[in-house]
Write a protein of this length. Structure first.
Length: 226
């Protein structure tokens, strides 16, 4: 699920024919490349489409580039993958449980940068991020850092993604069910998430997620499991 709306491609006949064989399982190291590709694909759904190089730098610094280390080796995290019977990874969703300080994506260092870090000859594929755009991104990240502080009985749903070709086929539902089942098994009482995508909001509302009006900011949602 991405943070901005975009037209969703209709499922192909091939996708419809294989969706009944989709299985959900825990992340394995072999899934890294496929998931990174899905997240890279998803950047087109966000405001990052105006600063491609900056976005990819962010990806490379984040937990998305080191799933084995940041997710498999961290007992406070669990990531699930949706896989077709031919081994194709078509989606994923993660759960970050309780206080978790090992999170590059929630630290100022993970914020997108450009300028000194760019290699010689490297150019953005689109317009470079302006100073106002950078300021907006840093402010948004700071707000998320504050919101994503978790208590022991809380968890955050994040890194949820489904291949464009395989959306609207129930894959997101299977992933969300797996995440919630795991949360319930370890006595998590509240799941939080952030999204600004109207389509994603409709999806989460369907499963009982409500907007968290206490923050005074849009895009924050939660669900009580007990």
């Amino acid at each position: 699920m991405s943070s901005a709306a975009k037209p969703v491609e209709a499922p192909t006949m091939e996708a419809k024919a294989t969706i009944s064989t989709v299985s959900v399982r825990p992340f394995q190291p072999k899934d890294q490349a496929a998931l990174f590709s899905l997240w890279s694909e998803g950047f087109k759904d966000t405001f990052w489409h105006t600063c491609v190089t900056a976005y990819h730098k962010f990806l490379k610094k984040s937990d998305m580039a080191a799933m084995e280390q940041k997710w498999m080796e961290n007992p406070k995290r669990k990531y699930y993958v949706a896989e077709l019977d031919d081994g194709t990874v078509v989606g994923g969703a993660g759960l970050r449980m309780g206080p978790d300080l090992d999170d590059a994506t929630h630290s100022p260092e993970a914020a997108p940068t450009q300028g000194k870090e760019e290699k010689a000859g490297e150019k953005d594929e689109a317009a470079p991020m302006t100073k106002s755009g950078m300021k907006m991104a840093m402010k948004a990240r700071h707000d998320l850092m504050q919101y994503n502080v978790l208590d022991d009985d809380q968890a955050e749903l994040l890194r949820m993604t489904v291949s464009n070709r395989h959306r609207r086929l129930g894959i997101g539902s299977k992933l969300l069910s797996a995440v919630e089942e795991h949360a319930t098994s370890i006595k998590i009482e509240r799941i939080k998430l952030c999204t600004g995508n109207p389509e994603a909001v409709t999806f989460y509302n369907k499963f009982g997620y409500k907007e968290d009006l206490s923050t005074g900011k849009g895009g924050r949602f939660f669900k009580m499991l007990k």
